[in-house]
Design a protein. Structure first.
Length: 101
């Protein structure tokens, strides 16, 4: 009896935790984030698209932090990403590369 109760509780915990872990690992990559911005996905958050995005990056109006904040607002990434220096650096690199094309 104890074994079947334990097994049932274990299965319930796994079922509840599984969607959480899937969401945590399916976060938008820095490259995808930059591509979404280029294609106008974050215009409602004030991030311009296409050549206007290049100009905004060059002028310092859009940077990694502003783009990440827009993605957080659109639930593309978790709010904790705003503190992830590696992710921020990767987004900065992608934005720099976009203005060099």
């Amino acid at each position: 009896m104890k074994r079947s109760i334990f097994a049932g509780i274990s299965m319930l915990v796994v079922a509840i935790a599984s969607p959480l872990s899937v969401n945590a690992t399916s976060q938008t990559t820095p490259s995808n984030l930059a591509n979404l911005a280029r294609n106008g996905y974050f215009q409602e958050q004030g991030i311009p698209s296409h050549s206007a995005l290049d100009t905004a990056i060059t002028r310092g109006q859009v940077n990694a932090e502003t783009l990440i904040q827009a993605a957080v607002e659109e639930n593309k990434i978790t709010p904790q990403t705003l503190n992830d220096r590696g992710y921020i650096n990767s987004v900065e690199m992608k934005l720099d590369l976009m203005t060099q094309d």
